[in-house]
Design a binder for this molecule. Structure first.
Ligand code: ADP
Ligand code: MG
Length: 623
């Protein structure tokens, strides 16, 4: 018999056949594409030698579309209303999720699930806009590499929820890309820095980009990264520094730009000045740039004073993430800086101050995410590793706990918050009523004990459970979260094999402010939640006891004397009253206990009768 051939670990089956795989950083401000060539990850430039592609698409009234640098000219002034920038902040978001609407130069339309952008060429979904950017990068890569791509790894902010990740995947599909995996931006940066070959311990990745801030705390053990906490603020980035500086300039000059174009010009001037101030102490502001009567010199100190609160906001998020991981700043042995905004000296200073060590800044902060994604893509395509970084295993975490609703509107947590993914966790549940043949499953997300305080993700039903006594059925509910953070919930009744499942793709996103608020709520209300949970549990148990007693009475009431029956009825009556009116879990528990005690003799009598019946049956069969 012929032997099957198995290739050596780390070697592709055919060493001459490389699959072209790229990493794409789909950024709020800029996007990049990178690949591993000759064992090294590198960003691919366009025909003009530029690696950055502005994440901007223009839909001018005359038709056609301009993407990247060509579109940016429109954003500068003459066609801001038809020039879509920062579409990433709209991905997978409903109108209600968007807090920065008044800062946008284009109009939004409220559409179910996700907003649309109103342009001279009609409404455009943020997914379509992102797809234009991805398709441009795909084309660039195929032109450079001379062949079709096998697939791409695309990065997303750590706080992107299911809807935002799904929207990103949809955009990739529209762009004709095969998505090998979505990975978190800070996680990609860790790969680019090759931290897997560094000393074991805890590392932090601080990513301040154009529109988002992400902090990730990673633990490295035996060459394996585990993301032990994530945090951040998806509404904090370099854009906010631009706006803060523009506001400061307005206050300083008393000028008030009155058109969208004038505002865009001022904003661009603020941004140019901000970027220059990372390298120099002082820049000259021209009068016409900012719509003022006279120009003036802007110092770095002025800029830092105008924006210090923004830097402090990022530090607050870092402290929260450290607290989540139960770590102190000095437990972190290396800090990686990612994102163009980490070029600002004030940001580097603040981060160094918090951690008590200088952050790592030797790689280009614009490129690290794309480079790390390229290394990961190369690996997923089965190509030999870049720079010997083999067997890199990445684990991400889920930001909020996942669970299901149980009787009384309580939440049973199945996957705890900060659990690493991919993961599958299961728990057994049972029926509540005798003869129950279906189960309604309600999937929720959040840290609170009551369903009403959590976010509803999905509902589905499991049918075809064989009729059994309450509590006899065993229904295993499994939550699996894949490597992209997408959730599948399945339920399976163990004896019949009846099964049902649902993929959770929520129709709208959850902003990180909402996540932060839900976490805050769970901390501040833990005490009240515990009391509420105890009360609900007591009521559910009381109902269950009443139901069981009732069905026992219906079946075997004849076994009781009139006196016994009266006393059981009285106990049931008392329990029903207490459960309905008392806010005290202990009182309800006591009444339940009393009914259980009061029916002990009845239960024994039923058992004896049952045994006699069984024996009688046997006698017929066997004698
Ligand atoms: P994103 O990942 O959100 O697209 P990037 O990492 O590309 O963002 O960072 C873009 C941001 O970095 C912009 O706000 C830009 O103004 C800012 N930036 C770029 N260069 C500098 C610099 N030299 N000094 C300060 N900020 C900079
Ligand atoms: Mg970025």
């Amino acid at each position: 018999m012929a032997l099957l051939q198995i290739s050596e670990p780390g070697q592709s089956p055919n060493p001459h056949q490389r699959r072209l795989a790229v990493g794409i950083d789909l950024g709020t401000t800029h996007s990049l594409v990178a690949t591993v060539r000759h064992g090294v990850a590198e960003c691919l430039p366009d025909a003009q030698g530029r690696v950055l592609l502005p994440s901007v698409v223009a839909y001018p009234a005359g038709g056609g579309r301009r993407i990247g640098w060509a579109a940016l000219q429109g954003a500068d002034g003459n066609d801001a209303a038809n020039t879509v920038a920062s579409a990433k902040r709209l991905m997978g978001r409903a109108m209600a999720d968007i807090t920065h609407r008044d800062q946008l130069p284009y109009a939004l339309a409220d559409r179910p699930g996700m907003v649309a952008i109103v342009t001279a060429q009609g409404e455009k979904s943020p997914v379509e806009v992102s797809a234009e950017i991805l398709a441009t990068l795909r084309q660039r890569a195929e032109d450079t590499l001379g062949d079709e791509l096998y697939g791409a790894v695309i990065t997303v902010p750590a706080y992107f929820d299911d809807a935002q990740r799904q929207a990103t995947k949809d955009a990739a599909q529209l762009a004709g890309l095969n998505v090998l995996r979505l990975i978190n931006e800070p996680t990609a940066a860790a790969i680019a820095y090759g931290l897997d070959r560094a000393a074991e311990g805890v590392y932090a990745v601080y990513d301040l980009g154009g529109g988002t801030f992400d902090i990730s705390i990673l633990r490295l053990t035996q060459g394996v990264f585990e993301v032990i906490a994530t945090g951040g603020d998806s509404a904090l980035g370099g854009d906010d520094y631009d706006h803060a500086l523009a506001a400061w300039i307005q206050a300083r000059t008393g000028a008030h730009p009155d058109s969208a174009e004038a505002r865009a010009t001022l904003l661009q001037a603020a941004r140019t000045a901000k970027e220059a101030l990372s390298a120099t102490e002082k820049v000259a502001i021209q009068a016409e740039q900012v719509g003022a009567k006279a120009g003036f010199d802007l110092t770095r100190a002025d800029f830092e004073a105008a924006t210090a609160a923004l830097t402090e906001r990022s530090l607050a998020a870092v402290r929260r993430a450290l607290a989540d991981a139960r770590l102190a700043p000095q437990d972190v042995q290396g800090v990686v800086m990612v994102g163009g905004s980490t070029r600002m000296p004030q940001v580097r200073r603040a981060v160094a101050g918090l951690f008590g060590r200088e952050p790592l800044t030797n790689l280009n902060p614009d490129e690290v995410v794309a480079l790390g994604a390229a290394v990961q893509a190369n690996q997923l395509a089965g190509n030999p590793a870049a720079g010997g970084a083999e067997d890199l295993l990445l684990l991400d975490v889920i930001p909020l706990s996942l669970g299901i609703e149980t009787m009384g509107g309580l939440v049973e947590r199945i996957v705890p918050r900060n659990q690493t993914i991919p993961t599958a966790m299961a728990q057994d549940f049972t029926t509540y009523k005798d003869g129950q043949t279906a189960l309604a499953l309600h999937v929720v997300q959040g840290e609170r004990d009551l369903v009403q305080d959590c976010r509803s993700l999905a509902r589905f039903e499991l049918r075809g459970i064989p009729p059994m006594a309450a509590g006899a059925a065993r229904i295993r509910v499994t939550f699996s979260v894949d490597a992209d953070g997408l959730l599948t919930v399945s339920a399976r009744e163990q004896t019949s094999g009846a099964e049902a499942q649902i993929d959770v793709k929520p129709s709208y996103g959850l902003s990180d402010e909402q996540i932060a608020r839900m976490l805050q709520d769970s901390f501040s209300t833990a005490q009240a939640d515990m009391a509420a949970r105890a009360l609900v549990e007591a009521r559910v148990e009381a109902d269950r006891m009443l139901l069981a007693t009732q069905s026992a009475l219906a079946a075997d009431g004849a076994l009781l004397s009139a006196g016994e029956r009266v006393s059981i009825d009285a106990l049931m009556h008392a329990l029903r009253d207490t459960a309905a009116s008392s806010p005290d879990a202990a009182a309800i528990d006591a009444a339940t206990e009393a009914l259980a005690k009061g029916t002990e003799a009845f239960a024994a009598a039923r058992m004896n009768a049952g045994i006699q019946k069984a024996l009688a049956g046997k006698a017929v069969d066997t004698l």
